[in-house]
Design a protein around this ligand. Structure first.
Ligand code: 13P
Length: 247
């Protein structure tokens, strides 16, 4: 049985007053075994941990190096020291805005694991890739290149986020989601063996909202969601968590 995970990526949104939403969310959660992870901007990690209750806190990035002259970056150890337990790595906004390659992302994932964090590794094709029929090739190459061999079930989550679905309100069809998630499951089993390959949670991300979440969670290999815009308000995110809990 894979864990169900509802993760919220606040991106570059929210100052300290946004932490009121964490309190509100904690009061709306359905209970049970569904894991909820909120990834606020870095300055909010420590106060978020202090107020998170049963909600896990994650960062949105970390540097691959342990420490040193990297102005503006934060290390995986700093993330772990804040009390956060997760870190999103390889998000398309980092791959595109900051030119992160698969090799860069892979090094960050290794650093996250070394610090005891769970990596939420993001993969996703562009609209041009999708139109050209290259989706599975792109996803397969990203998985091979950005997930290190030392992956373990306990510290690895993979999120499929088609770039064209992020923040656009465009959602792939359920068939398209199933195709990619089944492909990822097969690739993980091929690489890590049946037991581990079957145990790594796969999240879908890209315009997940309260009104489409239940449909997306019908897919056998969708174990949860990585949510951007709809994670900012507890009243938007709680119904997504509830849909996952009953899926
Ligand atoms: P939206 O839910 O706003 O489309 O963002 C998805 C995302 O990028 C989460 O990491």
């Amino acid at each position: 049985m894979r864990p169900k995970i509802a993760a919220g990526n606040w991106k570059m949104n929210g100052t300290q007053s946004a932490l009121d939403e964490l309190d509100a969310l904690a009061g709306m959660l359905p209970g049970g075994s569904t894991q909820v992870v909120i990834c606020p901007p870095a300055p909010l990690l420590i106060p978020a941990v202090a107020r998170a209750g049963g909600i896990a806190i994650g960062a949105q990035d970390c540097h691959a190096a342990e420490k040193g002259a990297h102005t503006g970056d934060i290390s995986a150890a700093m993330v772990a020291d804040s009390g956060a337990t997760h870190v999103i790595l390889g998000h398309s906004e980092r791959r595109v805005d900051h030119g992160e390659s698969d090799a860069d992302v892979s090094a960050k994932v290794d650093a996250a694991w070394a610090a005891g964090l769970t990596a939420i590794l993001c993969l996703g094709e562009s609209e041009a890739d999708r139109v050209a029929g290259r989706t599975l090739d792109v996803i397969g190459a990203q998985l091979a290149g950005s997930l290190p061999d030392a992956a373990r079930t306990e510290n690895t989550v993979v999120a499929y986020e088609p770039i064209w679905a992020i923040g656009t309100g465009k959602v792939p069809t359920l068939e398209q989601i199933i195709e990619v998630h089944d492909f990822l499951r097969a690739a993980l089993i091929d690489r890590f063996g049946a037991e581990m390959g079957d145990a790594i949670p796969l999240l879908y991300g890209g315009s997940v909202k309260a009104d489409n979440a239940a449909t997306i969670f019908e897919a056998e290999n969708v174990d949860g969601a990585l949510v951007g815009g709809a994670s900012l308000k507890a009243s938007d995110f709680a119904p997504i968590v509830a849909a996952l809990a009953v899926s």
